[in-house]
Design a protein around this ligand. Structure first.
Ligand code: NAD
Length: 380
């Protein structure tokens, strides 16, 4: 049989079906219904931070979710919080300030706290949520440092709550197809990878402040290329947190806007070496526009030609034709619904806190390589 006939991308329907397949809990649901039992209630989510991502993506996605709903917010701007309460139909008593997060413990309508503040505040807010007994989703990058990731993981373990990272692309059919190809090796093992992600930052924002961002584009955008390369290199299994480079070599690009980038790098080129000889060449900066990712094996290739890591609109070609999964899915709604099911069914998220920590170990190795000018081992 030729390899061409082996290449059968999953259909959109199969993809959504696979995402919905849970474990015993799901299988039980129809039986419970037929006995007149009540369906599991939608879990309440509280968003922490009502900035661009909450406003533009997560709020709208929570109107599309099936297993969770917006039940509260944590914000520094109470008037804004009250507007969200009206729009999403939750009580004004579920609008909190960052300094009153401990009171979430008394709110039984909130099960999950989703941290969407600047990176440097993730640890503080995730730990406050865990101490209030809430399950946590934390936006990427997980935190500014591996030490903060460890503190977050420890707080969630101590409180016996789950911790997941906002890695929405694990719920996107194109990225899952790349992961499937990596595992099943239709194109051979992906040994050559290349990623490029950037946007032009014209005015100084918190993303260029070390305290709030942890670093420059590596923290905000480089993480996507790290994620893509780990997805495409499934030495240890599909989506496993053990898929990681063994070494990195990195260099910072010269600064063209030192006024903006006084505190952090403007861009970085780096190489990630994976077990078995695979390598990923990567570039990220706040000085150019790019959003592409390519993987190549000895029998074929797959390339995200446009919008590789964006919410929707990916243009993906392979050596055997264009990939088309039909209308784009709402990655954020699928991601939050999956976490709600994980909480309901007592199972681990496919994007757990440990994965966010892995990526921060890689990021720290990259910064170390920039600092020393040497190839640096990655020790997860
Ligand atoms: P943003 O600047 O638009 O919003 C940040 C929010 O945090 C604002 O509401 C701001 O008021 C609040 N905040 C609280 N304390 C603050 C402080 N001390 N300084 C500045 N702001 C403070 O940022 P954003 O784009 O919404 O990003 C928030 C987080 O979400 C970041 O960690 C980012 O990496 C992540 N994000 C993820 C995706 C994704 O696709 N997964 C996309 C965008 C952003």
């Amino acid at each position: 049989m030729s390899t061409a006939t082996n290449f059968r991308p999953v259909s959109r329907r199969q993809f959504l079906g696979q995402l919905a397949v849970g474990t015993a809990g799901l299988a039980l649901t129809p039986r419970l219904h037929s006995q007149g039992a009540v369906a599991p209630r939608k879990l309440g989510v509280a968003l922490v931070g009502l900035g661009a991502y909450s406003r533009g993506q997560l709020g709208p996605a929570l109107k599309e979710t099936q297993h969770c709903r917006l039940a509260g917010v944590v914000t520094g701007d109470r008037a804004k919080g009250l507007q969200w309460a009206t729009e999403h139909g939750f009580p004004e008593t579920s609008v909190y300030g960052y300094d009153t997060m401990a009171r979430l413990a008394d709110n039984r309508g909130i099960d999950i706290v989703y941290v969407v503040t600047p990176n440097g505040l993730h640890a503080e807010h995730a730990i406050a949520a865990a101490k209030a007994g809430k399950h946590v989703i934390c936006e990427k990058p997980m935190a500014n440092t591996v030490a903060e990731c460890d503190a977050m993981l420890a707080a969630c373990r101590a409180a016996q709550v789950r911790l997941s990272i906002g890695y929405r692309l694990h719920f996107d059919p194109y990225h899952r197809e790349m992961m499937r190809l990596a595992r099943e090796k239709d194109f051979g093992a992906f040994t050559k990878m290349k990623g490029d992600r950037g946007f032009v930052m014209r005015t100084k924002a918190w993303r260029a402040e070390k305290k709030l961002a942890g670093g420059g584009p590596m923290m905000d955008l480089g993480v996507y290329i790290i994620q893509g390369a780990c997805m495409a290199s499934p030495a240890a299994g599909l989506g496993s947190i053990e898929n990681a480079p063994v070494a990195v070599t990195a260099a910072e690009i010269p600064k063209t806007r030192p006024d903006i980038f006084a505190d952090v790098e403007e861009g970085t080129r780096w190489t990630m070496e994976f077990p078995g000889g695979a390598a990923c060449e990567a570039f990220t900066s706040y000085a150019h526009q790019a959003d592409t990712f390519r993987v190549e094996g000895d029998k074929g290739w797959l390339e995200f030609k446009q919008r590789a890591f964006t919410y929707r609109g990916a243009v993906v070609e392979t050596s055997r034709g264009k990939l088309d999964f039909g209308p784009f899915v709402n990655q954020q709604a699928l991601q939050m619904d999956d976490f709600a099911r994980c909480v309901q069914e007592g199972r681990e998220s496919r994007v757990p806190g440990e994965m966010g920590r892995r990526d921060m170990v890689i990021v720290e190795a990259i910064y170390e390589s920039v600092r020393t000018g040497k190839r640096t081992l990655v020790k997860i």
